[in-house]
Write a new protein. Sequence first.
Length: 294
Amino acid sequence: MSATATQAEARRRRTRYPITLAVTIGCYVLAAVAGMFFLTDNVGAALQILLWIVHGVVLILLIEKLGAAESSLYAALFITIVSALCVHTIGMARDDLTLQHRGERVSATVVNEWLDPPQGRKGQLSHYRLEHQDGTRVPGPDMQTTSDLYDVGQVLTVIEDPEGKLSPRTPGQADLKAELLGAGALALATLGSVGWMARRGSDAARRRDRRKQATPEHKARAQQEEQEAKLREALRTYPVDRRGYIKVHPEDYPALSQHQAARIAWEMGLRAEAWGNQGSWRFKETVVEEVPLD
């Protein structure tokens, strides 16, 4: 196989392999998101953190195989964080769907409100305690919003959970379209990161190839492979002389020794003649004195 054909085959292998690996990693990330979503309500926070750490380590090992090892840590960290956000967003969408399915719309009055204690730049959630018009407390945890929207004494229409497991929400808050769009965007961000790392790995492989091709050793090997292919073609197509020999000129193959030429001929069912060549290489199925194979 010539050097050009060898390089083309190597490029094809590099193209196929990152795509297959990237698809595998993408499927793994989506499976991890789905698995963590179903485990959220069944395992404690400590075990969830441990599982996310294991997930990140596995991602580092997989992304390194794409060929961009210098960025694998940051990419794995980004994908892990975004995956966790995706799981949280899907959980919110599930709660909204559950509340819409079994919840009841009621009128409730805000009887108390307070903010989370300030924690640096972290946003403060607003909490609201609600009561029915008859003075009974709305079941479930207190309602929360990301900004101060309501005041004490204000009457709201909310959807309450009869089982008291979910906090009440206004109809606008219980609209799961935003959560589904957010979860989809986060999932696409993780897959996009995998694709980007596959692209970086492919670019890094091409740069390595260019550096390798610039070395004298690679050029010499490429020349030898090219002349080997040329000699094989000559042994297949050149006519035989009146004594049944295929004759070639050594100056056409400066990168090959006579022993190497003999090896190539032997692979094709011919023998290299060591006697009476008069400056040429002669090949035949049977010879007087065979050139030893190197």
